[in-house]
Design a protein around this ligand. Structure first.
Ligand code: NAD
Ligand code: ZN
Length: 380
């Protein structure tokens, strides 16, 4: 048991008071974990586009004040009633979606879309009692994705915590709690390229490069990277991408360019842009007879996917995936082991590091489109 168990913990948190305005370092009070909850000390967190998107609050109902952050690693400080598989001192990755282990999805080998703990971007409170565990002078502050990792301490549902190898360096494996696992799993768990096959990756941001890393690990012989931004190509070479296409350099659809380069199409494609035209190209560029396309990017809510049904009848497959099809509690520990066994490389994703007090710099870097992942050290 820790000495703070059962007590309110005062600590520093970066609070977002208003859409698009710099976060403000505040002293917040973090209540003890309730039934099935866990309070953790965040050691490292990183910034992902989803934080930026909800902070900007351009496309959704704004919910402020709020503590953002969902890609992180921490250590269990104390556990609430009913939590039996975690204890003080365990090393954990908080995840924006959960695994209750009891619903039809959790019981299915095929799904990771837990009924109880599935991502909910609109909820700013805990599931147990509909209240927040964060407050300033008694006024509640909203949670984000059930994780709120831009705080020295946070409270998370135990079903959203993956217990990992305590020897794993938290300043690196923290990036596995969202984007990197999403791209990696899209290739390894869903596209499943065979050794020696060809894979096209649409969008070379952190998610797409993680998908490329999956293709490298699977032993793909050709990894074709497609992006509208040529600045992405140099970085992508480190991820095993062997050829590059900028759709703007061609006056015919990129799927035709790819078909010509690959004798009819690639074996697998993974779309990581969120743009509908790239989704259609990613599907139409796979080889007939066996090609599989996997959609990862989150499109505009009104976007419509159009292709000729004959493309499907010709034995092409299209699939979509959420969090790389990984079940957070069951599968993430083994992704951490892939890094520990040197199969998966994480260092190349980490392009910047800042101290917690400089968290707004991480936002500026992402707004300028610089780098891939910026690690925020909570103890500096
Ligand atoms: P990012 O913005 O860093 O990268 C996207 C890249 O796509 C950019 O380099 C951009 O230039 C390129 N691009 C845009 N339109 C293109 C087009 N038509 N053709 C080719 N390239 C194009 O984003 P990211 O952080 O890597 O995330 C990628 C996507 O994955 C986002 O849509 C994000 O919302 C989504 N995502 C999905 C899940 C999931 O579970 N399905 C989880 C996390 C992120
Ligand atoms: Zn479930």
């Amino acid at each position: 048991m820790s000495s703070t168990a059962g007590l309110v913990i005062p600590c520093k948190a970066a609070v977002s008071w208003e859409a698009g305005k710099p976060l403000v370092m505040e002293q917040v009070e973090v209540a003890p974990p309730q039934t099935m909850e866990v309070r953790i000390k965040i050691k490292y967190t990183s910034l992902c586009h989803t934080d930026l998107y909800f902070w900007e609050a351009k496309g959704q109902a704004p919910l402020f004040p709020r503590i953002f952050g969902h890609e992180a690693a921490g250590i269990v400080e104390s556990v609430g009633e009913g939590v039996s598989d975690l204890q003080t001192g365990d090393h954990v990755l908080p995840v924006f979606t959960g695994e209750c282990k009891e619903c039809a999805h959790c019981k299915s080998e095929e799904s990771n879309m837990c009924d109880l703990l599935r991502i909910n971007t609109d909820r700013g409170v805990m599931l147990t009692d509909g209240k927040s565990r964060f407050s300033i002078d008694g006024k509640p502050i909203n949670h984000f994705l059930g994780t709120s990792t831009f705080s020295e301490y946070t409270v998370v549902h135990s079903g959203c915590l993956a217990k990992i190898n305590p020897l794993a360096p938290l300043d690196r494996v923290c990036i596995l709690s969202c984007g990197i696992s999403t791209g990696l799993g899209a290739t390894l768990n869903v596209a499943k390229p065979k050794k020696g096959s060809s894979v096209a990756i649409f969008g070379l941001g952190a998610v797409g490069l993680a998908a490329a890393e999956g293709a490298r690990i699977a032993g793909a012989s050709r990894i074709i990277g497609i992006d509208l931004n040529p600045n992405r190509f140099e970085e992508a070479k480190k991820f095993g991408v062997t050829e590059f296409i900028n759709p703007k350099d061609h006056d015919r659809p990129v799927q035709q360019v790819i078909a010509d380069m690959t004798d009819g199409g690639v074996d697998r494609s993974v779309e990581c842009t969120g743009h509908i035209e790239a989704m259609v190209s990613a599907f139409e560029c796979v080889h007939d007879g066996w090609g599989v396309a996997v959609l990862v990017g989150v499109p505009n809510k009104d976007a419509v996917f159009m292709t000729k049904p004959i493309n499907l009848l010709n034995e092409r497959t299209i699939k979509g995936t959420f969090f790389g099809n990984y079940k957070p509690r069951t599968d993430l520990p083994s992704v951490v082991e892939m890094y520990m066994n040197k199969k998966l490389e994480l260092e190349k994703f980490i392009t910047h590091r800042v101290s917690f007090s400089d968290i707004n710099r991480a936002f500026e870097l992402m707004l300028r489109g610089e780098g891939l992942r910026c690690i925020i050290n909570m103890e500096e």
